[in-house]
Design a protein around this ligand. Sequence first.
Ligand code: ZN
Ligand code: FE
Length: 263
Amino acid sequence: MKKDGHIHSPFCPHGTKDSFEKYIEKAIELNFSEITFTEHAPLPTNFVDPTPEKDSGMLPKDLTSYLETVKELKQQYKEQITIKVGLEVDYIVGYETETRALLDIAGPVLDDAILSVHFLKHNDTYTCIDFSDEVYLDFAKQVGGVEALYNLYYDTVLKSIDAKLGRFKPRRIGHPTLVHKFQLAHGEKIQDDSRIVEILTKMQEKGYVLDANSAGLNKPFCKEPYPPMHMIEYARSIELPIVFGSDAHSVKDLHQHYETIMK
Ligand code: ZN
Ligand code: FE
């Protein structure tokens, strides 16, 4: 069964305005039997988005309309494809209460969701590590180097797996090696397999699911999926459930590299 569990939408403030219908029609054309729209959930209102345009998450006022729209499309296309109503929720250290409150509200209408780390906390400030190579490299310096940055990322992902986010906590962990996004920009070879194994093992033990995310393959400074192929193989070897995610922010990125990852 072909499934793409990580798709953005016209509600994404930093993505394209490609219509839902175009995503859905392409998915049907390519014989996908199930897709989940996982738009970036609104960030906690007391959290200051560190990106210049403050556009990492959906606007809080759009949440209801997003959920309603996907629900309608789900009905409309139900004979042709299974569409799931989802969100990509940020795990932000220190904002667990707010995140749980959002999940308590949206949870009852969600079919599926992803929990992802994009923001890292250091010295009481937050940095979005997938924004740009400049921001990333500068942040690596602040935390004491690239290896320290990798460890900070993995520690945060581990916290996200342990976080108490209530009964609607997402079961799928988004792109757990997003910190590799600029690996060809820093050029250091970091031996982090044991950290990734630690994360995948914990996910398996606690009943989580891996977002095997192909978006990194198209990033000029990454050129590998999140997590890298040999770690996706490792996840399979320990029977950690895997869901393919294209993380498409445009119709052209939909299902990107599906065959590479799901072979
Ligand atoms: Zn996004
Ligand atoms: Fe993400």
